[in-house]
Design a protein around this ligand. Structure first.
Ligand code: NAD
Ligand code: DAU
Length: 370
């Protein structure tokens, strides 16, 4: 089928971690053309998309999702069959230090996207109208925190966001729900667990630990390191989003997760062992000696876990990577892409590291300090 027949999708935030992985997979898989709207904040990086330079299936537009006129004009010009909305401020620690940007982009920005999509959808007729979808990419953090024995988050778990980031994403989910129920916009929501993989900005746990370990820097584990996250390889998130877009029931929410619950300390020590193996000449091995317990994140959620049975049973999705295969691929990618890490960690990144880690004191192992 020709590119044109497959249609165009409008992706927001497609220069960030998950967005760029999704766009690369989408174009490589020949699923159609992408118009990629991204403001290129500190988290957005066009280097993620260099392989698409000159490719007619990818059009990049630098702009803000809060710019209603721009979003409207893009919808009118490209007439997408779907909007896949990734753009957000995504880092919990940054939301604690400066919540304003989170409310602006995650709430106002989603509102702007919904209003523009609604105006566009209202003008569609026939097959174009039948086919149109607004897919909102959200997080499991909207559900709050779990005790060790509690069942995993499912689609009916009540919302209980605990950080400014989680609250802003919960707000955006509620707006999406309201635009479905009040205006009939054909929306879908996905709530996914922690992603990892290529192109993840080294402010997040896994790439930060890899980058620090390779330089012999301390590996800052918050509190006692016993917090649990449920890890999913980013390529599996991309495949889940494709499935939801193509076969998901309008108005439904689908939880996405890989069934890989690990404590943070276990993740860090596994990474250290992988680095010991893959960089045998490292003068910093054994890397786990670099682990340093530091002051905990305020309001730190203790455990996340996703029940993905609805997505698996209804839509037939299954993760392709185990945590072990995905983590190995990820470490290999970071080792092979030192230049990418170097380019994204210059300048403003250093200020963030000083701000976030400079004020954290060292604590004894196992002590849950605030
Ligand atoms: P990211 O921070 O790596 O990328 C965000 C992208 O959005 C960047 O390219 C940035 O430039 C862009 N952006 C930010 N503000 C913008 C604005 N006002 N207008 C246009 N573009 C803007 O984030 P990510 O980790 O790739 O997450 C993408 C989405 O997936 C987010 O909505 C996040 O809440 C959700 N999510 C992330 C995870 C995870 O583990 N990272 C898990 C579940 C859900
Ligand atoms: O659950 C999905 C969410 O996962 C996404 O919605 C967010 O966008 C994404 O950032 C991620 O949030 P987390 O807060 O779980 O991810 P982060 O990588 O920041 O931290 C993972 C765990 O590791 C968390 O318990 C905090 C801890 N941590 C993190 C950093 C950066 C440390 O112990 N030390 C660190 O230096």
């Amino acid at each position: 089928m020709e590119l044109e027949q497959r249609g165009v999708i409008l992706v927001t935030g497609g220069a960030g971690f998950i967005g760029s992985n999704f766009v690369l997979d989408w174009v490589a898989g020949g699923y159609g053309a992408v118009v990629n709207l991204d403001a290129l904040t500190y988290a957005g990086n066009l280097e993620n998309l260099v392989s698409l330079e000159g490719n007619p299936a990818h059009t990049f537009v630098r702009g803000d999702i809060c710019d209603a006129a721009l979003v409207k004009s893009l919808l009118e010009k490209y007439r997408p069959r779907a909007v896949v909305h990734f753009a957000a401020e995504s880092h919990v620690d940054r939301s604690i230090v400066g919540p304003e940007a989170f409310l602006k982009t995650n709430i106002d920005g989603t509102f702007t996207m919904l209003q523009a999509a609604r105006g566009y959808y209202d003008g569609l007729v026939g097959e174009e109208r039948e086919r149109f979808r607004f897919l909102h990419v959200s997080t499991d953090e909207v559900y709050g925190t779990l005790t060790p024995e509690a069942p995993a988050f499912h689609e009916e778990t009540p919302y209980a966001p605990n950080s400014p980031y989680a609250a802003s994403k919960a707000s955006s989910d509620h707006l999406v729900r309201a635009w479905l129920h009040t205006y009939g916009l054909p929306t879908l929501i996905t709530n996914c667990s922690n992603n990892y993989g290529p192109y993840q900005f080294p402010e997040k746990l896994i790439p930060l630990m890899i980058a620090n370990a390779l330089q012999g820097k301390a590996l800052p584990v918050y509190g006692d390191g016993q917090q649990v996250r449920d890890w999913l390889y980013v390529g599996d998130h991309a495949s889940a989003l494709r499935v939801v877009l193509e076969r998901g029931r309008v108005g439904e929410t689908y939880n996405v997760g890989g069934g890989n619950q690990r404590t943070n300390l276990a993740v860090v020590t596994t990474l250290c062992a992988l680095l010991d193996e893959l960089v045998p000449e490292s003068k910093f091995a054994p890397h786990k000696e670099l682990v340093k317990y530091v002051t905990d994140r305020p309001g730190h959620d203790r455990r996340y876990a996703i029940d993905a049975r609805k997505l698996e049973g209804e839509l037939g999705w299954k993760a392709a990577e185990s945590f072990e295969t995905g983590l190995r691929k990820t470490v290999e990618w970071y080792l092979a892409n030192a230049a990418w890490v170097e380019s994204v960690t210059s300048g403003a990144y250093q200020q963030w590291v000083t701000k976030n880690y400079g004020e954290r004191t060292s604590v004894a192992a196992g002590e849950s300090a605030r």
